[in-house]
Ligand binder design. Structure first.
Ligand SMILES: NC(=O)C1=CN([C@@H]2O[C@H](COP(=O)(O)OP(=O)(O)OC[C@H]3O[C@@H](n4cnc5c(N)ncnc54)[C@H](O)[C@@H]3O)[C@@H](O)[C@H]2O)C=CC1
Ligand SMILES: CC(=O)C(=O)O
Ligand SMILES: [Mg+2]
Length: 555
């Protein structure tokens, strides 16, 4: 409880060394006298707001994003209340540093910039002792949310081995900053199953196991050992799978989603935010969802997850499943998904087009698909930087009045297009959302913020929903409800605003948005019978109470 209430028996240097109890220069004179801190701090006593101002200046003193990231991580490891107060006060400015794109660089250079430990590293050799090792977590007591990765598909950067730990740390920082999950109740976990990244294997500084990745039955055994340790030691914890390679992501989700409280953020979180942004785009363009023709670049777990949720929404709107499937054309590194393709997974095969459709085509690459299909929406989850070329986008814009173009791959260096180019090539007609942040566009002399269709709109709110409503499973309906709440909030914010309506809610208001999204998901959990009965008013109050605000406990 200590770390939740701030009540502690720690004194002196030990107190200052605990990031969840340390107030730094905000310890009052009386506290300094009572807690053995005299002489350990410079004399000035600051308020939290004064500390935030000072920390923000120090942050701005670093030019390079990675150095800013390192500064923030150090602040987090020194004084968490101050870190979270700073992040929440400057969310829009700090999000790209804590999260994509800079977190990608932090993962790539994890071993080089490593300073202090955070979270748990679980290695294959210890698979029989995961239960014990979970006891070594820094904060005892219940854990509300775990984010776990095995580092194999970190953003669009591929295998980063233990460097992938940057992602669970970054995502959980946002569970706290946006969702309000208390930092003592979060736990980042890296499953070290080795790496196939040659550069890392030959780097003497690499901090992970210098072994090739586990595969097959051993890999499955590792995952099972981990899940059963979580089930036994931390029952009721929300377990989020993050940045697993497609070969593992879906099978793990299928295996465990009905067994414990769990979801895959890349598959399900991404789907919800994209459905939210697409719903807004449909409203703005006047082309209803069932009339959209969707070309999706990339057929990995993220892309298929997105299509599955849009397909379910189409069926909800009255289309047959077959008709819904026919609204999609999937293009991957080998071209259009068609029946004749071998090696497609069952999930991909759902979207394979009939072979005779392409009989007369000049190949099945993206350019030809766009020329033939005349899509109204182009969604990129391919990791292929610049794949939405001028030729392709101009072609699309020649047959569609308001082309929906979502280059969603992260980090920025992997985006399928630069939004400023998309706006130029389409004469400002494109409805754009990106995965990583981009500067606002200039529209009619005004700055128009770009929608960042990133699962950050969803996962912190799911954590809050579960904390407030006590769900025991994450159901599809909870995610669809979250998607609807995102679209609703965007529409509310757009009302009365000059200029083009934003496709997603403003980043600066994400904490408030998270409450609305969480409420919608919590209500859906009750409807699905996976959470105790509660009225909307009760859940609204529970969500507000559950959302922690960073502040020092009264002296
Ligand atoms: N905006 C967001 O919230 C999210 C974005 N993403 C991004 O989506 C991307 C993909 O993630 P996953 O599906 O897990 O990855 P993945 O590696 O499993 O899938 C990539 C897919 O793209 C295809 N591809 C690769 N190069 C291509 C090319 N040059 N042309 C056409 N297709 C190509 C591959 O064949 C594969 O089907 C990543 O960059 C990730 O950062 C993922 C989750 C959330
Ligand atoms: C945003 C995210 O989860 C990804 O790019 O993998
Ligand atoms: Mg991810």
């Amino acid at each position: 409880m200590t770390h939740l209430t701030g009540q502690t028996t720690a004194r002196g240097a030990a107190l200052l060394a605990d990031p969840l109890l340390n107030k730094g220069t905000a310890f009052t004179r009386r506290e300094r006298a009572e807690l053995g801190l005299e002489g350990l701090l410079p004399p000035a006593v600051e308020t939290l707001d004064e500390q935030v101002t000072r920390a923000h200046r120090a942050f701005l003193g670093y030019d390079k994003p990675l150095n800013r990231h390192i500064y923030l991580r150090q602040l987090q490891d020194t004084n968490e209340v101050l870190f979270y107060r700073l992040v929440t006060a400057h969310l829009e400015e700090l999000l790209p540093i804590v999260y994509t794109p800079t977190v990608g660089e932090a993962c790539r250079r994890f071993s080089e910039i490593y300073r202090r430990p955070r979270g748990l590293f679980l290695a294959w050799e210890d698979r029989d002792r995961f239960h014990e090792i979970l006891h070594n977590r820094p904060h005892k007591g219940a854990v509300e949310v775990i984010v776990v990765t095995d580092g194999q598909r970190i953003l669009g950067l591929g295998d980063q081995g233990v460097g992938g730990m940057g992602i669970p740390i970054g995502k959980l920082s946002l569970y706290t900053a946006i969702g309000g999950i208390h930092p003592a109740r979060t736990l980042p976990i890296l499953l070290d199953v080795g790496t196939d990244n040659e550069e890392l294997l030959s780097d003497p500084r690499y901090l992970g196991r210098r072994e090739r990745r586990l595969t097959g039955a051993e890999y499955d055994e590792m995952i099972e050992a981990f899940v059963s340790a979580v089930e036994t030691e931390l029952p009721g914890t929300l377990l989020q799978w993050e940045d697993f390679a497609t070969a593992h992501a879906r099978p793990i989700l299928t295996r465990y989603r009905d067994r414990l409280l769990t979801f895959n953020d890349d598959i399900q979180g991404t789907a919800a935010v994209v459905l939210g942004a697409l719903s807004t785009a449909c409203r703005v363009s006047g082309t209803p969802l069932p009339e959209q023709r969707l070309v999706v670049l990339g057929a990995g777990s993220a892309a298929v997850g997105v299509a599955d949720m849009i397909r379910a929404a189409l069926v909800d709107e009255g289309l047959s499943d077959e008709a819904a499937r026919r609204r999609f054309w999937f293009v991957d590194v080998d071209g259009l998904l068609i029946g004749a393709r071998t090696g497609l997974s069952d999930e991909q095969r759902v979207y394979a087009r009939a072979d005779d459709e392409v009989a007369e085509w000049d190949g099945t690459g993206l350019a030809e698909v766009v020329r033939r299909v005349e899509p109204t929406a182009l969604i990129g989850l391919s990791t292929a930087s610049g794949a939405f070329t001028e030729e392709i986008v101009r072609q699309m814009a020649s047959t569609c009045e308001r082309p929906v173009v979502f280059p969603l791959s992260n980090p920025t260096s992997h985006s399928e297009a630069d939004p400023a180019d998309l706006a130029r090539w389409t004469g400002g007609r494109a409805l754009i959302a990106t995965g990583s942040p981009f500067p606002p566009l200039k529209v009619d002399g005004r700055e128009a913020p770009l929608a960042q269709a990133n699962n950050v709109y969803i996962f912190p709110a799911m954590g809050l929903a579960v904390a407030a409503g006590g769900a025991t499973r994450v159901t599809d309906r909870m995610l669809v409800a979250a998607a609807r709440a995102v679209a609703l909030r965007a529409a509310d914010e757009a009302a009365g605003l000059p200029g083009p309506p934003p496709l997603l809610p403003a980043i600066g208001g994400m904490r408030e948005a998270a409450r609305e999204i969480a409420l919608a998901a919590a209500l859906a959990a009750v409807e699905d019978g996976v959470a105790p009965r509660a009225t909307e008013a009760e859940l609204r109050a529970a969500v507000a109470t559950a959302q922690w605000t960073p502040d020092y406990p009264a002296p």
